[in-house]
Design a protein around this ligand. Structure first.
Ligand code: ZN
Length: 254
């Protein structure tokens, strides 16, 4: 059984019997993996981490071939993102990002760019740098890195350049020109500024994206479009996606 050491973010945990914990991690070197931490519930000091969701840890695990559940022998906490964890708004959005990461990625499929993007977004949210834009940027970037990138360069049906008005089709996964509107009656009109913002965010790194001005109308359309695209392709609404609007509403009134 090979022994591996890697950086890992906690996606979810499940109690296993009276003593142990099964943890779903997103790792830098192996993608998403499931590991068991034996004895952690009866001997909490056995591991140097409390395994809280989205905490950054360094883990050592024995890789079991074809088992799907690996034995984690060490788990050291590197960053618990304490500032982010203590703010309800940022905590809610970070939880959404982790649920999205979990839903979009298959087991044991290494994607270092996705790990680095998630780490960078969590670190910026923790440092409180322009954090309102980060969930939107994260959605666009992770869709692109996980193979769900919407087709925006031309009409997804006839490949013609889009010169005027366009609609976005979740079903066809991209823009429709006016001649092809009838191909998806559920497609919705989209501002040119929204399309340009998605293309800009896909091509640029996080620091450049954080400097991008997003007017409230475009930000709202971007979020609505991305949420319905994600929901359509996952064939479900994420739990955190259902809770976030209530959370934002409550926080606005505080
Ligand atoms: Zn067309």
């Amino acid at each position: 059984m090979p022994i591996n050491k890697t950086q890992a973010l906690v996606l979810r945990t499940f109690d296993f019997r009276e003593t142990s914990l099964i943890v779903s991690f997103y790792t830098k070197d192996f993608g998403k993996i499931h590991g068991i931490l034996k004895g952690i519930r009866t001997e909490p000091d056995k591991f140097a981490s409390t395994l809280e969701p989205f905490s950054h840890n360094e883990i050592i695990f024995y890789q079991k071939k074809n088992a799907g559940l690996h034995l984690v022998s060490a788990c050291d906490l590197k960053n618990n993102f304490l500032s982010l964890r203590n703010d309800m708004y940022r905590f809610g959005h970070a939880s959404f990002m982790m649920e999205l990461l979990d839903a979009l990625t298959p087991l044991e499929d290494k994607n270092e760019a996705i790990f680095d993007l998630t780490m960078e977004c969590l670190s910026h949210m923790d440092m409180n740098i322009n954090y309102e834009k980060i969930p939107t940027i994260y959605k666009i970037k992770i869709l692109s890195l996980s193979g769900f990138k919407p087709h925006l360069n031309s009409c997804v049906c006839c490949n013609d350049r889009i010169l005027s008005q366009s609609k976005f089709s979740n079903y066809l996964g991209g823009l429709l020109c006016p001649r092809c509107f009838k191909k998806d009656v559920k497609a919705t009109l989209i501002f040119r500024g929204t399309v340009a913002s998605i293309s800009y965010i896909e091509k640029n790194d996080l620091s450049n994206n954080l400097r991008l001005g997003l007017n409230p109308q475009i930000k709202r359309e971007l979020d609505n479009l991305l949420n319905s695209f994600i929901e359509f392709h996952l064939e479900k609404k994420l739990k955190t996606q259902r809770v976030l609007p209530y959370l934002e509403n409550v926080l606005e009134k505080v």
